[in-house]
Write a protein that binds this ligand. Sequence first.
Ligand SMILES: Nc1nc2c(ncn2[C@@H]2O[C@H](COP(=O)(O)OP(=O)(O)O)[C@@H](O)[C@H]2O)c(=O)[nH]1
Ligand SMILES: [Mg+2]
Length: 282
Amino acid sequence: MMNGKKVVVVMPAYNAAATLERTYAEIPMDIVDEIILVDDASRDNTIEHARRLGIRCFLHERNWGYGRNQKTCYSEALKLGADVVIMLHPDYQYTPKIIPAIANLATCGEYDVIIASRILGGKSLQGGMPVYKYVSNRFLTAAQNLLIGAKLSEYHTGYRAFTRAVLEKLPLWENSDDFVFDNQMLAQAVFFGFNIGEVSCPTKYFDEASSINFSRSVTYGLGVLNTSLRFFLQKLGWAEHPIFNKDGKGLKDASNEYYSDKSCCAGPTCQSDPVALKKFSG
Ligand SMILES: Nc1nc2c(ncn2[C@@H]2O[C@H](COP(=O)(O)OP(=O)(O)O)[C@@H](O)[C@H]2O)c(=O)[nH]1
Ligand SMILES: [Mg+2]
C-alpha cells in the first residue's frame, strides 16, 4: 500500500527464467501488495520459476505477443482490486529499486500515468543502449511530441505505472498485440487527457535484457509514426481510428479464453482462493 492505495506489480514475461528471480528479489514488498506474472508461452521454464517463487501467474495458450501479454496483466490486476498497476519487465532491465518513487507519484493524486525514463539523466548510452536505438528513440520522441502535442522525454521505456481509472477508461483491447501496444497506450493516455509524470531510471543493456533485433525495431518505429499520425489526424477530425474511440473495446469487454492459471497458481493468495482456478476452454 502507498497513500492508502493498493499497488500491484505486473510482469509480462517471455523467456525470463534466467532473470526472474533477480528481478523479483528486489521488489519492495513493503509497498507492493500483489505481483502478477503472465507467461506468453515461453520456450524456457519461466513458469516453473514463477511457481517456485510463489508468484501469482497466468499462462497464455500460445505466444500471443507483448501487447496481448499486457492486456492479460492489466485485466488480472484490475480483478485483484489494484488502485495502481506498475509494469515491470522480468528481464532485469529496469531496476525495481525505484518502485517507491514510481508508486509515490502514481498514488499521490496528481498523475494518472508514470513513465520511468532512461533519457532523463542523460546516461542511456553509458548504460549500454545501442546507438541506433538511442538515435531512433530521440528522433521518434521528437516526432511524436510534435504530432501529439505532449512533452515527454521518451515514449519507449517499458517501465510504466497506471492508475485504475486509466486502465478502465482506455480502449486497450483495440490495441496491437505486438510491441507497438506500449506506444499506442501512451498516445491514448494523452488523447483522453490523462496527466503523465516522469521519473528518471538507469539504463541497463545486457544479453538477456534485450531480444528485439534491428528488423523488429524498424517495424516498431513505423508503428510509432503511424500511431502519432493517426492521433494528429483524429484530433483534426480528419480520420477515425478505433484506438482513439471512446466507445472502443476496453479490458472489461475482453475475452479471457486464451489464458489460464490452471498450471500456474501458487503462493498464499492463490491457495486461499482455489475456486478462482480457470480451465483452458479451447
Ligand atoms: N509477451 C511477449 N513478450 C515478449 C516477447 N518478446 C519479448 N518480450 C518481452 O518484451 C519485453 C521487451 O523486450 P526486450 O527484448 O527486452 O526489448 P528491449 O529491452 O526493448 O530491447 C521483455 O519484457 C520481454 O520479455 C514475446 O514474443 N511475447
Ligand atoms: Mg528488455
